[in-house]
Design a binder for this molecule. Structure first.
Ligand SMILES: Nc1ncnc2c1ncn2[C@@H]1O[C@H](COP(=O)(O)OP(=O)(O)OP(=O)(O)O)[C@@H](O)[C@H]1O
Length: 648
């Protein structure tokens, strides 16, 4: 048998043999599916081949691989079946109904241009009974999508073909109703930029490798689009309904062995995992038009979403603009959220950051919405609806939501929040954003808590602020499993959405108590005890009061407000990143995990153990006050210099 896992031709052939797609969604099959007590999964190979299969209770990784081997005619011994962060060894009980699984080859030197070998056409044992468009997920939020699917399937049966979208870097298709009107835009995950079947020449990577943004893997933008929709509670920011689907059609692109070349003479039906988003008729996008007519509320709402999901791709083209009846009014429709929720903090992109609307204060309603956000619930919901989502992405979501809530309750406006999240870029080098600086410091405090425990023998001397970016020597951020247990969030103090000040005071109080206990305990161990102050010495939070046991709460918070985040400290104590270098570095012999990690990351969230992460979040929240104070001072002096005024 040939090692032709990457063969796209097989994909087409295998799926074609399993069923005739346009009739595959018939009533009988739907019925069969519903009657089955088992789960249905969609297995995707690294080159995008998708196969739907029903799992019995007795199924395990071995039996699934065997079926794939028969169906797709490639050896599966040297491959792993992955499910988000999980590499499935044998047991499949964690896999939920309608989940996409990825079959990855174990060796790294693969090429997405492996020559295609013909399938044997042997009698296939596993039938793919799924219909032409299957929604992956059960959320009620998908009811709108269900109706669209029905309309499209009807039109497909009548021969109304989808139309390829020419703009954008990835493969995208407008699927239409029987009147020929666009109903949905479908973006297959294996046609993303750099993915094996990208129709626009941007190919060269296998699914699961770092993509256009190094903190978002190839093939993983689809579920992010869905996450943005699901997180947009009450359609606050107006994200169009979006679902993940398994979709079968001959319009989709499959490249041959030569990079970027399309070589399919005759179109064959092929199944893909794709994002499926409601098509919204619009007049232009935000890059084509002046922004002064954009409603303040719309800008704020989209900005709030972008901050929560750490959107790295909010450029003008990703904001559709629709004229409304009322004179001069427009509606904004945010699209393309495939590059949100990266696996690590990087440089976000917020087009709205310099729009005057973003500098206006949040309204009462917006503040209420922000305060009602609960990152615990968000994570629970996303794990439920999108079980393939990586914990690293959820950590970014939690961090950003906490940041947003704290910032808003401190009185920061959207522009200030966005600026604090954005990196400075000077002479080809990137410096960490203010948000990252706070994270780096919080992480240092967590580390020091471990290293400089009261009984530690280590006398560290200069507790220099260090951040090591030498990626090669570090355990992979993404590979290292975050030991997240079920009760993690029960313990996580950041889940209740309580006001920042209360939380801050509480944790400081706890810290005082803790320190007091430590003090008592260590009275007899003074030789070994490491003075906490020492560890703070060179921190850019060089605020002596911070850990002073005798400091009263009020004194403490005043002194923290007066603390300066020193720019020199920031420069000296953190390494800068050279954008070109970090993004263009050859992947060499590194694994996909290592390559992701080697991306432009100043601070890793995913490598912390559960307990560390909880402590980290506490420290992070405590450190935000001084950071906001510093930003306020900077904004004030800038305003004084420039004398700005915004009028709407
Ligand atoms: N929900 C939608 N409704 C209507 N048109 C849409 C929608 N989503 C996308 N489009 C159109 O399709 C085009 C391509 O979509 P999109 O930007 O999401 O694709 P992409 O390949 O991810 O693009 P990019 O390279 O800019 O990241 C958009 O510029 C827009 O014109």
């Amino acid at each position: 048998m040939s090692p032709n896992l990457d063969s796209p031709v097989q994909t087409q052939m295998a799926v074609a043999v399993f069923k005739t797609p346009l009739t595959g969604g018939n009533k009988m099959e739907g019925k069969l599916q519903r009657q089955s007590s088992g789960r249905r999964v969609f297995v995707q190979t690294e080159t995008g081949c998708v196969l739907g299969m029903e799992l019995d209770r007795s199924d395990n990784v071995h039996t699934v691989k065997r079926r794939l081997q028969i169906a797709l005619n490639f050896p599966t011994e040297e491959s792993s079946l992955t499910y988000g962060d999980m590499v499935l060894t044998n047991d499949l009980s964690a896999v939920r109904n309608d989940s996409p699984l990825l079959l990855k080859r174990n060796f790294m030197h693969r090429s997405s241009s492996t020559p295609c070998l013909s399938p044997t056409g042997r009698d296939l044992q596993q039938k793919d009974r799924s219909g032409p468009i299957e929604i992956l997920g059960q959320s009620e939020c998908f009811s709108v999508v269900k109706q669209m699917v029905k309309d499209i399937v009807k039109a497909m049966k009548l021969g109304v073909d989808p139309l390829p979208v020419h703009s954008g870097l990835g493969g995208a298709y407008y699927f239409r109703n029987k009147k020929g009107q666009s109903v949905a835009i479908v973006k297959p995950t294996d046609e993303e930029p750099f993915a094996p079947n990208n129709p626009k020449g941007f190919v060269g990577k296998a699914l699961g490798q770092p993509g256009l943004k190094s903190s978002v893997r190839v093939g993983e933008t689809g579920f992010r689009e869905v996450a943005a929709y699901l997180l947009d509670y009450g359609r606050f920011a107006n994200v169009p309904p979006t679902a993940l689907v398994k979709i079968t059609h001959s319009v989709f692109n499959v490249n041959d062995g030569v990079k970027g070349n399309k070589a399919r003479e005759k179109k064959m039906v092929v199944s893909k995992i794709a994002s499926f988003q409601k098509f919204v008729a619009h007049d232009f996008d935000a890059s084509d038009h002046g922004t002064s007519s954009f409603p303040v509320a719309s800008v704020h709402r989209i900005g709030i979403l972008d901050v929560r999901i750490f959107n790295t791709d909010r450029h003008g083209g990703n904001l559709l603009v629709k004229k409304v009846e009322t004179f001069g009014e427009v509606e904004l429709i945010p699209i393309d959220h495939g590059l949100c929720l990266p696996e690590t903090l990087e440089d976000p992109y917020f087009e709205w950051i310099h729009w005057p609307q973003a500098s206006l204060p949040f309204s009462e309603e917006e503040l209420e919405y922000i305060q009602s956000l609960d990152p615990l619930k968000d994570c629970e919901m996303l794990r439920r609806e999108l079980p393939m989502i990586r914990e690293a992405c959820l950590r970014v979501l939690v961090l950003c939501t906490v940041f947003l809530k704290e910032a808003a309750s401190y009185g920061m406006c959207l522009a200030e929040i966005g600026e604090m999240m954005t990196r400075e870029f000077r002479v080809g080098e990137e410096e960490p954003s203010e948000l990252e600086v706070v994270c780096i410091e919080a992480k240092r405090l967590v580390t020091e808590r471990d290293v400089f425990s009261p009984r530690s023998d280590v006398m560290g001397g200069e507790a220099e602020f260090q951040f090591d970016l030498d990626c090669d020597e570090l355990e992979s951020v993404y590979g290292s499993k975050m030991q997240v247990t079920d009760d993690y969030f029960a313990k996580n103090p950041f889940s209740n959405g309580r006001s920042s000040l209360g939380k801050l005071e509480e944790s400081i109080k706890e810290e005082e108590d803790e320190d007091y206990d430590d003090e008592e305990e260590d009275e007899d161990n003074t030789e070994n005890a490491v003075p906490v102050m020492m560890t703070m010495k060179d921190s850019f939070f060089s605020c002596a009061a911070f850990h002073d046991k005798s400091t009263s709460l009020s004194k403490l918070s005043t002194s923290m407000k007066n603390t300066h985040l020193s720019d020199t400290g920031r420069k000296n104590s953190t390494k800068t990143l050279t954008r070109g270098k970090s993004e263009n570095t050859s992947s060499g012999h590194k694994s996909a995990n290592e390559q992701l990690q080697a991306s432009a990351s100043f601070v890793k969230l995913a490598d912390m153990k559960e307990e560390e992460w909880v402590v980290f979040l506490e420290r992070f929240q405590e450190l935000l006050g001084p950071a906001f104070a510093k930003r306020k001072t900077a904004t004030l002096s800038k305003r004084q210099r420039l004398g700005t005024s915004c009028q709407f």
